[in-house]
Design a protein around this ligand. Structure first.
Ligand code: SF4
Length: 655
């Protein structure tokens, strides 16, 4: 946090001559519709607080990210805060920036006013995937901010992480100053208040004092205020605060009234092509369906719905201000909104005959119904529907507590094919706990039944079903946090057998598409998801060895990670397998145990045991059945918030 208030110079004049020589130069230019540029000293009185916000991926992935877009707006609405955005630069631009010009290297810059990231008070990064960690190190290095928190001075920003990956930030504990857990809207303002007060007082005690104030607020995790020890088996021996007043456990933050925070209200319209070009409204947050693999569902509890009125107003405002022609109704399982039928009908009526189309990007097989799908396709094409049974066999779906029966699925696709849809995509996971080859091979049978049903009800032969498969990665704060991850060799051979089985049946082979990636990136995601502070050395080694954009298959190198793990973990007694394919024990201290998602650890353990017990009963959704004591509501002082009309479980669900 530079003590000077002199506005840093824009680097644009240095950047501009270089732009013709890089790919997609438009991504570095800024000036998007609804973007904001404010004076460096915008506060009418007192100090200005300044945030550089980053989604650590390329512009085309980062710009549509809702989390960053919302915080950008929320912060900029305050007249004493400046918030700007920065994204990962592609390797061609990185090379140019490092080579620089007569003034030296060109630093990591914001796309809004092209200010150097290092000049801001906070450098906030939102991680939805751990594979963005090397991009963070690259941005720090380009920004000329010391990589290690311990080396930073009062002239450096507070490096703050958020997003789902922050529920176990231990692998990046050496590189961040702080992390926040949970919903960001209110907490970024609370952090800004602390910084403002500290600046107003003349920055007493420098960055250490500021971090201490943030840590004592119980809303911000500051890794350096916690010491971690390891036992002789390489497991964590203890995690303990090392400063008075720092809480033993840091709580997640939960925004309870979504209607009071109707963002984005000024949607950013990208200049370059991006992965999603639509206006998205989050119709509810949280999920209590209880799928055991799903970290997002577990850490965002309880369910909090936006009202039908707010959704309607947000859609109208967003379309008017952005000109987007597609509206996505987002959540973890959108058809579960208690008033989704009214929302769909209302929006379809309102925009009938216009260019605006609706999409429901995430829905369950058991919450989908055809009238809902018809509403959503009134103005659009019936291009394809995606359902996610996740487990190939009924047995696996019971293990993961995703209670979708084969009958449900066939009935749903039958309805879809008979109403004009020609393509259905089915999403599964491979490598789930207790899974065998047979469980995965059942996917082929299911796909064939789907095609046969489609042909029968439509009377056509051009029916298609795409089977898409991802490798299962156990995540922190879920009942599967203790599970052994399947090694990538077994994952690959299992999927090869499935592919051979699908291809062997000539009657169906051409109608079934098959998509999967090899199992190796999943192992690295697993390392980063359940790693502890010792994993930081590996991330740094990988970055020094050229690792960037690890979420992109063309940039990812398993060999680079494998060899970095050997070097980074040398002498620790643990290795890559220890972090990934090892099952944890009940009494093991997990690296994230001091980070409180509200979930009761004993409840998670009991649910893990239930997963392994074929006789156990399913966990229902606590929206409509009695609370099953996962711990979140009493721990976080929250409650389920669903619509006034009560249960409206629609007969079926779409992704
Ligand atoms: S505490 Fe009860 S009501 Fe709240 S999310 Fe957990 S199971 Fe549902």
């Amino acid at each position: 946090m530079p003590a000077t208030t002199t506005a840093p110079e824009s680097v644009f004049s240095r950047l501009e001559p270089k732009l013709p020589s890089v790919q997609k130069p438009i991504q570095y230019v800024g000036g998007e519709l609804n973007s904001t540029v404010k004076d460096w000293d915008c506060a009418p009185d007192g100090p200005t607080v300044r945030w550089a916000l980053m989604y650590p991926d390329a512009y085309e992935v980062g710009l549509p990210n809702q989390g960053v877009a919302i915080l950008y707006e929320v912060l900029n609405e305050r007249d004493w805060i400046v918030a700007e955005r920065t994204y990962s630069v592609w390797p061609d631009m990185e090379k140019i920036m490092r080579e620089g010009d007569e003034h030296g290297p060109i630093p990591q810059f914001t796309v809004d006013a092209h200010r150097p990231v290092r000049a801001f008070d906070v450098f906030g990064l939102s991680f939805s995937t751990e594979l963005g960690y090397t991009n963070m190190l690259n941005a720090l290095s380009l920004a000329q901010i010391p990589l290690h928190a311990v080396d930073r001075t009062d002239d450096d920003p507070i490096v703050l992480s958020g997003g789902h990956a922050s529920f176990n930030p231990e692998p990046i504990a050496d590189f961040i100053d702080a992390a926040v857990l949970g919903d960001g809207e209110e907490i970024v303002l609370a952090i800004s208040d602390v910084i403002k007060e500290w600046k107003t007082e003349g920055r007493p005690g420098g960055r250490d004092e500021l971090l201490l104030r943030l840590a004592k607020s119980n809303n911000v995790y500051v890794p350096k205020f916690y010491d971690v020890s390891y036992d002789d088996r390489g497991r964590i021996g203890s995690v303990a605060p090392n400063r008075p007043g720092v809480p033993d456990r840091v709580r997640k933050h939960t925004l309870m009234d979504l209607d009071a925070w109707p963002y984005p209200a000024k949607p950013l319209v990208p200049l370059a092509e991006t992965v999603h070009e639509r206006f998205s409204v989050e119709i509810f947050r949280g999920c209590t369906r209880g799928c055991r693999f799903c970290q997002a569902g577990m850490i965002t509890r309880p369910v909090r719905e936006r009202s039908i009125e707010t959704i309607g107003a947000m859609v109208e405002n967003g379309i008017r201000k952005s000109g987007f022609e597609e509206v996505g109704l987002l959540s973890l399982s959108s058809a579960d909104h208690t008033e989704i039928a009214e929302v769909a009908k209302g929006l379809a009526d309102r925009y009938e005959g216009s260019n605006v189309s609706l999409s429901l990007p995430s829905t369950r097989v058991d919450a989908f119904n055809i009238s809902l799908a018809n509403e959503f396709s009134r103005n659009g094409r019936r291009s394809g529907l995606t359902f996610a049974p996740e487990g190939g066999s009924e047995r696996m779906r019971k293990v993961i507590n995703k209670m979708v029966t084969e009958e449900d699925l066939i009935r749903t696709v039958s309805a879809a094919y008979s109403h004009g849809w020609r393509q259905v995509k089915l999403y599964f996971m491979c490598g789930l706990p207790t899974e065998t080859d047979e469980d995965v091979l059942e996917i082929a049978d299911l796909a064939k039944k789907v095609i046969a049903e489609g042909r029968a009800v439509s009377g056509r032969n051009d029916i298609r079903c795409t089977v898409s498969i991802g490798g299962f990665v156990p995540k922190a704060h879920t009942p599967f946090q203790w599970a052994a991850q399947l090694d990538h060799e077994t994952t690959d051979s299992r999927l090869q057998k499935l592919r051979d089985t699908v291809r062997a049946d000539k009657k169906f082979a051409r109608a079934i598409g098959f998509r999967y990636h090899d199992g190796r990136p999943g192992i690295i995601e697993g390392l980063l998801s359940r790693g502890d502070r010792r994993v930081g050395r590996i991330i740094e080694e990988v970055w020094r060895d050229g690792g960037r954009f690890d979420g992109w298959s063309e940039h990812f190198s398993f060999e680079r990670w494998e060899s970095a793990a050997e070097r980074g973990l040398a002498g620790t007694g643990v290795d890559l397998d220890w972090f990934t394919t090892r099952e944890r024990e009940y009494d093991e201290i997990l690296p994230w145990d001091h980070l409180d998602s509200g979930l009761d650890k004993d409840w998670l353990w009991a649910d893990w045991e239930d997963a392994l017990d074929p006789e156990s009963i399913d966990v229902e959704d606590c929206r409509w059945t009695p609370c099953y004591d996962c711990g979140v509501c009493p721990e976080m002082n929250t409650e389920i918030q669903i619509g006034p009309t009560g249960q409206k479980l629609l007969p079926l669900s779409v992704v």
